[in-house]
Design a protein around this ligand. Sequence first.
Ligand code: F6R
Length: 608
Amino acid sequence: MCGIVGIVGQQPVSERLVDALKRLEYRGYDSAGVATIIDGALHRRRAEGKLVNLEARLKEEPLSATIGIAHTRWATHGAPTERNAHPHFTDGVAVVHNGIIENFAELKDELSESGAEFRTETDTEVVAQLLARFRRDGLGRREAMHAMLKRVRGAYALAILFEDDPSTIMAARNGPPLAIGHGNGEMFLGSDAIALAPFTNEITYLIDGDWAVIGKTGVHIFDMDGNFVTRPRQVSTAAAFIVDKGNHRHFMEKEIYEQPEVISHALSHYINFIDNQVLPVSDDIDFAKVPSLAVSACGTAYLAGLIGKYWFERYARLPVEIDVASEFRYREIPLSPQSAALFISQSGETADTLASLRYCKEQGLKIGAVVNACESTIAREADAVFPILSGPEIGVASTKAFTCQLAVLAALAIRAGKARGTVTDDQEQALVKSLTGMPLIMRQVLNSIKPKIELLSRELSICRDVLYLGRGTSFPLAMEGALKLKEISYIHAEGYAAGELKHGPIALIDENMPVIVIAPNDRFFEKTVSNMQEVAARGGRIILITDEKGAAASKLDTMHTIVLPNVDEVIAPMIFSMPLQLLAYHTAVFMGTDVDQPRNLAKSVTVE
Ligand code: F6R
């Protein structure tokens, strides 16, 4: 979703602003722009599409200035054209915005009636128009900023330049994150600390309702009532991460192959590898006492939560209420204040997940956050943070964050089972041994299945629709496999519970419809085989992903069978994710899509 950067300093800023935007590219965008102040006048360059277009524009017409704001836009209101690209200018005011101004239509009508001429279809332009109106009415810059913030409703991170002050950037936050970076005689602003990592690791995060006046040597932060407030300055670890593709063609490929390593790292936080025990987790959530667990997340993180539900219910006998966050937040679920709630989010900034968290907090529940970005809003608002430690995930399609979320949820479920007396010491040892051995098996699988997957991907790349089936934890995994394929290859794919097949989807089966069946030889295997028979009987083309025992037992005529090692049930979802991720990846590569930044998608979804 949109990215914001700003620099107020002593050295030229244009190139550095674009470099910082590049570090936000992973969030997804469809146009970009930069604004500066030169000799008392605002100047901007904007371009549709990727940042190379903006760079080309800046090469043709350079901007030489020591202050600037810049933006990558993920279109919400108005097409992704240059005209709608930020920064927006109105009478000496430049604005970049991430979020949605919900009352923009009402404000636009009001401003138009008093003579304002709107030049774009964006909601953002009302911010520039309001500021310009307040300035015309005689308000100073800060007063105008405060007055504008009192009028806008919705989610926003804003960065603003006033033409008559070439040494200040103003910023405001309500929803999408904003990080202020402290440099040496220079100050920075960014949507996250990763964007600012080359400049500084000293960061102050604005919290909702804050607005800031940033000069070369420091920042003044105010709350919504205009009171001066202080926010902590902290050292960010973002700079420690090298964000490059290594020897891989895409970030997604790199992140798939990184999984054995990052999962080991994640597990070491939760597991004592020597004693084969799960380490104690936060005291803030007493799994022994909670009557139930509410879980909420979006997209892939939600599907990780769904697999986690199977584990918490099976190992800890703990009932789990789970829903996608966009529904959860509005369902008015009656929740017991004695319960705990878990929110799963790679970015830690997803608007719906954050809103669900706040809903549960209001209901008095203890809040746990399973997050990758530990400096994120969701992490900061939680009582207990369970880091997934997968390192920055740049590919828009989540891969390593998903399997690390699973690893952490599995460890938490075992820990909860121990606390509730539903997992014995022996069971804990066995489960933990399986988790400990998982990275090695993952590595073996990744090293061995590529040729087969490439062959299969070539065939899938000419299909229009693909069905994924699974039972037990393989059901959410089927949905995740389908999500991965559709988001990066644009092939229509659906994941279904294998038992649901005959309640509808079976009507779709014919010789043109590949059906990918995820079937480890677990408790459900025979039942899944029966569902495969139903597909085969209707001429469906089966691609079976199973283990050695399953391959020996199935005796079915499949189009392809991918055989993985026999593994314990608890680690099967992580191991079986490997072929699903690679299948989506290679299919997209064959089709020539933009694998790391698929169309219309954003990495960090900070609006509803
Ligand atoms: C899909 C994907 C998305 C995210 C979802 C939630 O590959 O990455 O479905 O899982 O947007 O994002 P986070 O985890 O940042 O809350």
